[in-house]
Design a protein around this ligand. Structure first.
Ligand code: HEM
Length: 199
């Protein structure tokens, strides 16, 4: 029998969640595949695309944080133990932190780069450097630190995403509650119910 999805995220929250999620998976994959692009025009194109999608994600995350600060998330089911609710809040907080720090570190890194290659979003819209970074006496240090953060945070971010997705599937298939369904688009609900043996 289908359980009743009492409180669900609305379509704005779902759209932002899935656009950002797909964008981040694309960005991690592209970032880890740069070396497969031959040096020259194609690697340059890959990095420009990476910068464009990364800044787009930063803007979407800004909207998402605004939305989240002005709308309460639906409450967790009463059956969910307190420790698990706290772990979920902590996980979500870390995901938000990574969603903000990952594009900010990338943007600061390119702003501090000795190459100082202009960022033109999708080859169309000029995007500025982070103010004050290129002319800073600490430019080289900023470049190294943000490069280190960007590369290592990517690994932590991927681990967080895997944990987040695993927890959502555990809710769906083991606890059989509506946690996954409330963030899933309506058109996949039927498939999700069938996956756990419900019609
Ligand atoms: C959610 C957003 C982002 C994700 C998930 C992401 C992910 C990654 C990953 C996984 C790498 C490879 C790290 C390594 O192992 O060395 C990378 C490299 C890089 N990223 Fe990002 N990135 C994001 C946003 C940005 C933004 C906004 C910019 C700049 C505007 C940027 C610029 C770069 C550059 C320049 C590199 C190094 C390319 C190279 O020289 O090898 N990234 N990124």
């Amino acid at each position: 029998m289908k359980s009743t999805a009492t409180a669900s995220y609305n379509s704005i929250a779902k759209t932002l969640h899935w656009l950002i999620a797909l964008g981040i998976i694309f960005m991690l994959t592209l970032g880890w595949c740069f070396d497969f692009f031959p040096k020259g025009e194609s690697r340059f194109f890959a990095i420009q695309l990476h910068k464009s999608v990364g800044i787009t994600i930063l803007l979407l995350v800004f909207l998402r944080v605004l939305w989240r600060l002005t709308h309460a998330a639906p409450p967790f089911p009463a059956t969910m133990p307190l420790w698990e609710q706290r772990a979920a809040y902590a996980g979500h907080f870390l995901l938000y932190a990574a969603m903000i720090c990952m594009p900010l570190s990338g943007w600061t890194m390119v702003s501090a780069s000795a190459h100082n290659i202009p960022t033109i979003l999708y080859g169309l819209v000029p995007w500025p450097n982070v103010p004050g970074v290129q002319d800073s006496p600490h430019r080289e240090l900023i470049d190294h630190v943000t490069d280190f953060i960007h590369a290592n945070l990517a690994l932590a971010f991927a681990a967080l995403i895997v944990g987040h997705a695993a927890a959502a599937w555990r809710h769906h298939l083991v606890a059989k509650d509506d946690i996954l369904l409330r963030m899933a688009p309506r058109f996949v609900h039927g498939i999700l119910y069938r996956l756990r043996g419900q019609k």
